[in-house]
Design a binder for this molecule. Structure first.
Ligand code: ADP
Ligand code: ZN
Length: 210
């Protein structure tokens, strides 16, 4: 099954993508994580993306489309994949369609802006493997340490409150129109984001089985 997860920054796409990945045994592909990896290893693409990312703006379409093309060509995508954070604009969705990538389901995780702003302050990510945590909703077993790889948990620069507001604006203008794009294709389902991660997961899995 080829799945797209839509949602505001901080709506829990990444966390849910990891859960579905384990359940369905298909890779979770996060353009944000791929870009952060490129940044860490100092590639030219990473350098180009940095200023956009730090400002809470979107990285140009041609850059992320290139990333996704390469990633979807790898053999682990043969039995399906979950896209987390791609597409984020109409041209990105059109690029997927014109590449001939068939999407089965698009799930939008719905969370209000107020809640997003509250949530983001507690968000932490693993410096090493990119796994996401939350001080309140998804705390690691040991404070400050990743459960998966024992890496150090840090707060992302773009999770600063001012940047979060900028990212929410971008979400509403650039990304939200994708809901009607996929609704027209008959692929869209909405899942109301819950306080507890497990509760959102349960709703999401129900949608995937439907
Ligand atoms: P979140 O979902 O919390 O906003 P991501 O890790 O998905 O975080 O993305 C972080 C940043 O990476 C975005 O703010 C943007 O700058 C860049 N980015 C990730 N995916 C895309 C994309 N599909 N198009 C453009 N920029 C992207
Ligand atoms: Zn880790």
């Amino acid at each position: 099954m080829n799945i797209i997860l839509l949602g505001a920054p901080g709506a829990g796409k990444g966390t849910q993508a990891e859960v579905i990945c384990d359940r369905l045994n298909i890779p979770a592909i996060s353009t944000g994580n791929i870009i952060r990896e490129a940044l860490k290893s100092g590639t030219e693409m990473g350098q180009k993306a940095k200023s956009f990312m730090d400002a809470g703006a979107l990285v140009p379409d041609e850059v992320v489309i290139g990333i996704i093309k390469e990633r979807l060509a790898l053999s682990d995508c043969e039995n399906g994949f979950i896209l987390d954070g791609f597409p984020r604009t109409i041209p990105q969705a059109e690029a997927l369609d014109s590449m001939g990538v068939k999407i089965d389901k698009v799930i939008s995780i719905e969370v209000s802006d107020d809640k997003i702003i509250k949530r983001m302050s507690g968000r932490r990510v693993c410096e090493k493997c990119g796994a996401s945590y939350h001080l309140e909703y998804k705390a690691p077993t040991q404070e400050g340490t990743c459960d998966k790889c024992a890496g150090t948990l840090i707060q992302r620069k773009d999770d600063h409150p001012d940047t979060v507001k900028a990212r929410l604006d971008v979400f509403h203008t650039e990304t939200e129109p994708l809901k009607s794009y996929y609704e027209k294709q008959g692929k869209l389902s909405l899942v109301e984001g819950q306080e507890k991660v497990e509760d959102t997961t349960a709703l999401l899995l129900k949608q995937l089985e439907a």
